[in-house]
Design a protein around this ligand. Sequence first.
Ligand code: NAI
Length: 340
Amino acid sequence: MSIPTLNVGIAGLGRLGKRHAEQLARHTPGACLVAACSPVTAELDWARSELGVGRCHGTLDALLADPDVDAVVLVTPTTLHADQTIACLRAGKHVFVEKPLSLDVATCEAVEAVAKEHPNLVAMVGFVRRFDPSYAEAKAAIDSGDLGKPFLVRSQTCDQNDESGFFVRFAGSSGGIFMDCSVHDIDLARWMLGNPKATRAFASGTIALHPALAEHGDVDNGMGIVEFEGGQRAVFYASRTMPHGHETTTEVIGTTGTLQVGMGAHLSRVQYRDACGVGHRALPDFFARFGDAFRLEMEAFVAACRGERPSPLTLNDATEATRIGQALTQSLRSGMPVAL
Ligand code: NAI
């Protein structure tokens, strides 16, 4: 018996929401993008004209009242994620929510509790890097014992400097550099190390180019160390000011081997040689780096909703990433180590 197509509604059609909407409308097997919601009329017009989305709503409540919507993809501002996830679950819809679930651990736990009341609904958080083929290969190698016992993850998210200061405008609601950028590295570290319990976090940071961040207690370059039970450690670096491009890299060090993912920010395999030396073009941004991963992530969500495979991520992964990200943020602001 064939599994029916999953009817999906999307909430939020901004920078990332448009990408998810295009994936769902054009490239996700088993899914049909039937509805969209946004408070911005121009965004709904785009969904209608570019993607042929039939039902466009001004509010999430209106979208949730639509009985033909089976699942909702939330790509809304971070401050709305938790309440909207709860609303989707209570309306009987599967839900995919972009990271982070919330900036507050207790709120994440409250969402987890609601999800437990709806065990037949999928609730998945968007830690997209787990779907990147290179990270998946690294995880498989670790699980097969190729590195012995992994004890240290060094992971960084470094964005090219944006002189327009796009992220500065969102600094008041993004949760700061660790919650906005390092949350991905935190999730990767937990995943690669086998989900150990974090015990202590230390952080520091500096403002290299964007002084307006100081008003929000934020920095444009942040460094953090996290200790886990059993001796495993993680070291994080996040930057908004790279001159050359987007460079997300991760190194995992084990007792018998190490591996590195993403070193060099290569846009392609082409190498150039001239009077300045030897080089290659760099990735401009995270879309260029993680395009495939965004596609595979949406496929995994749809497959989980259709009962084809289990969801690879739980809401608890989101809670634990927030717990560590908030401890790093607190340590950055206080200058003191934070016990977890
Ligand atoms: P954005 O500001 O460009 O888009 C937000 C969208 O939400 C807009 O379309 C806005 O009209 C809509 N919106 C606002 N209030 C709404 C409401 N009440 N109901 C429905 N829609 C509403 O933001 P961006 O950059 O697209 O980020 C959205 C989320 O995605 C953030 O939480 C961010 O952390 C996350 N994100 C995740 C990334 C990843 O690597 N996984 C990368 C970029 C963003």
